[in-house]
Write a new protein. Structure first.
Length: 495
C-alpha cells in the first residue's frame, strides 16, 4: 500500500528541518555495514558495536615444495570468474646459532581453486628452479618479495593490462608496476618504480576504485621509527599523487606491517582492511610459555626480535581511504595452540576476503579469509582458511536486557528495508521510522512493527497491513532499532 499524502507531508517536514540542519546522508539503495558509527546518532541501554572473529577452518595449502619454504606469505586471493586465484611469496628461512640463512631467493608462486576451499599448485613451466621448470613459480626476480596482483575492472584499461600488480624492488628502491593479459604471464609496465617515497618492505598493493574512478595504492613506511601505512592515488597507474599517511582517530600508535585494504565487494564505497599488528613483547615467563620455545630461543640468537616478536590480525574500515576506524582488539588472534603459531610472521591475513560455500549444506555462502601459520619451522609452513558470516565483521549488538540505537537522518530509495541480522530464540529486533526531529511517523511507529527474530542475510522488514516504504523514499528519516539479544550486521533499501 502506498501513502502519497504521507510523502507530501514528509517532504514539507523534511524541507523545514533541512533549513536549519545538515543535509541527511543519502544512502540510496546501497548496502550499509555497521562497521563504524557513520550512520549512528545515538546508542542507549546495552547497544554497542561489537567486533566479531573469524572461525578457524581446514588447512588450505601446505607450502612444502623445494622452492617454497617456512616463510611463505603475503598471500593474495581473488575470485576471477569460475576460478579462485592465489599468489604468495615463496621463501625459506634457515636458523642456526647466531645466523639466519636464505637458501633461495624470494619467488612469487601461484595456486588456484574451483571453490576457494580445495587448492592446487599447477605446473606453469615459466621459470627454472634447480634445473627444472616443473613448478608453480609465476614471477622470479625483481618484485618476487611481495608480488601482489589484482584484476583491473577499469573500463579504460589498456589491452594486455587486464591484470595488474605492484611489488617491492631494489635498484632503485620502490614499488614497481606489472601487467598481464591472463594473470599468469607478467611483464613490467615500466622500468622505474611508480612509487619511491617509502620503505616498501612488506606486502604493498594497489587496486582500481570503481566508486571514485581512480587507482589507489597502499604501501609500508616508517614514521618516527614506527611501522605504518601510506596511500596514494592515480588515474593511469603510471603517475601517482604524493603518498600520505593513514589516520586512525582515537586509536593507539601501533606498529603495522601489512595493510590488506580493499573496497568491500558488496559495498564498494567502504574500504575494509586487515593490517598485521607487530609486537615486541620482550622476554618474560609468558613469552617462554608460548609454543616452540627452543626454536624461539634459537632464532633470537640471530636477532632478538625474531624470537620474541609476535603478530596478529586487526580490522579497520574507512569511507575515504585515508581516515580509518581501526579496532584495537584483535580480529584474528594467534589462538589456543600447542605449536605452529604465536610467532613473528604468523596471522598475516591474505588480501582479501572471497565468498565461498558454507560447510553446512543448507546454509548460505560465507566469507573465507586465509592466514599462514608455522612460520620459521622446518621446511614448510601452512595456510589456514578462516570463515566469517557475509558482512559479519562488526555488528550493532544488544544483550537480552535490551538496547536501542537511532540513526542519523538519511534519505533512501526503494520500497523495502532488508536486514542482515541474527537473534537468539528469545531475542528480537523492532524498527521504528522517525522524522528527522525524532517523532515517529504514523504507520511506522514501534507498535506498527512486528518483532523480527531468526537469522538471515537479507530479511525483508515487515510492517502491519503490508505497508511498504515507497512513500517515504527520498525524504529525510531516522531509523530507531530496539533490540534484545540480537546482532545487526548490515541493511539496505531496495524495491
Amino acid at each position: 500500500m502506498r501513502y502519497g499524502s504521507w510523502g507530501f507531508a514528509l517532504a514539507l517536514v523534511g524541507g523545514a528541518w533541512l533549513s536549519g540542519a545538515q543535509e541527511p546522508i543519502d544512502i540510496g539503495s546501497r548496502l550499509e555495514l555497521f562497521v563504524d558509527d557513520y550512520l549512528i546518532d545515538s546508542m542507549t541501554g546495552g547497544a554497542a558495536l561489537r567486533l566479531h572473529e573469524p572461525i578457524a577452518r581446514e588447512i588450505a595449502l601446505v607450502h612444502d615444495a623445494p622452492w617454497e619454504g617456512n616463510d611463505c606469505g603475503y598471500h593474495t586471493v581473488f575470485k576471477d570468474g569460475d576460478i579462485y586465484r592465489m599468489y604468495y611469496t615463496a621463501w625459506q628461512l634457515d636458523c642456526s646459532p647466531g645466523k639466519l640463512d636464505f637458501p633461495h631467493d624470494t619467488f612469487s608462486a601461484y595456486a588456484e581453486s574451483s571453490d576457494g576451499i580445495h587448492w592446487t599448485k599447477p605446473s606453469l613451466g615459466l621459470f627454472e628452479f634447480e634445473g627444472s621448470t616443473e613448478n608453480n613459480i609465476v614471477w622470479m626476480g625483481k618484485g618476487g618479495h611481495d608480488f601482489t596482483p589484482f584484476k583491473d575492472p577499469n573500463p579504460a584499461c589498456l589491452p594486455g593490462e587486464e591484470y595488474k600488480a605492484i611489488a617491492y624492488g631494489l635498484e632503485p628502491i620502490g614499488a614497481y608496476a606489472f601487467a598481464s593479459s591472463d594473470a599468469i604471464h607478467w611483464t613490467f609496465i615500466q622500468d622505474v618504480p611508480i612509487l619511491t617515497d617509502g620503505a616498501f618492505d612488506t606486502q604493498n598493493l594497489a587496486f582500481w576504485d570503481e566508486v571514485r574512478g581512480e587507482y589507489r595504492a597502499y604501501i609500508r613506511d616508517f614514521k618516527d621509527g614506527v611501522r605504518g601505512i601510506k596511500t596514494a592515488t592515480s588515474k593511469d597507474f603510471r603517475t601517482w599523487s604524493a603518498l600520505v599517511w593513514l589516520e586512525y582517530p582515537g586509536a593507539p600508535i601501533e606498529a603495522l606491517y601489512t595493510n590488506q585494504v580493499k573496497p568491500y565487494y558488496r559495498a564498494p564505497h567502504i574500504f575494509i582492511g586487515f593490517p598485521t599488528r607487530y609486537n615486541e613483547r620482550g622476554w618474560s615467563p609468558s613469552m617462554e610459555a608460548l609454543p616452540n620455545l627452543e626454536h624461539r630461543r634459537l632464532r633470537s640468537t640471530s636477532e632478538d626480535r625474531y624470537g620474541m616478536a609476535i603478530t596478529d590480525g586487526l580490522f579497520m574500515t574507512s569511507r575515504d581511504g585515508v581516515t580509518f576506524k581501526r579496532w584495537g582488539e584483535a580480529f584474528l588472534r594467534p589462538g589456543l595452540r600447542t605449536r605452529d603459531n604465536w610467532a613473528y610472521g604468523d596471522n598475516y591475513i591474505a588480501w582479501h576476503v572471497v565468498e565461498t560455500k558454507s560447510a553446512i549444506d543448507d546454509a548460505p555462502d560465507e566469507l573465507s579469509l586465509y592466514a599462514p601459520e608455522g612460520t620459521w619451522l622446518g621446511k614448510a609452513n601452512k595456510l589456514r582458511r578462516f570463515s566469517i558470516r557475509v558482512d559479519g565483521f562488526v555488528s550493532m549488538h544488544a544483550p537480552l536486557s535490551g538496547g536501542e540505537f537511532v540513526t542519523k537522518p538519511m534519505r533512501f530509495s526503494g520500497a523495502n528495508l532488508m536486514v542482515n541480522f541474527s537473534t537468539s530464540a528469545a531475542g528480537s529486533i523492532r524498527i521504528e521510522i522517525q522524522r528527522p526531529d525524532g517523532t515517529p511517523i504514523d504507520g511506522f511507529r514501534l507498535e506498527d512493527a512486528p518483532e523480527i527474530f531468526g537469522d538471515a542475510l537479507d530479511r525483508v522488514v515487515p510492517w502491519k497491513e503490508g505497508r511498504d516504504l515507497a512513500a517515504l523514499a527520498g525524504t529525510p528519516v531516522r531509523l530507531r532499532f530496539v533490540m534484545r539479544d540480537a546482532d545487526l550486521y548490515a541493511m539496505r533499501f531496495r524495491e
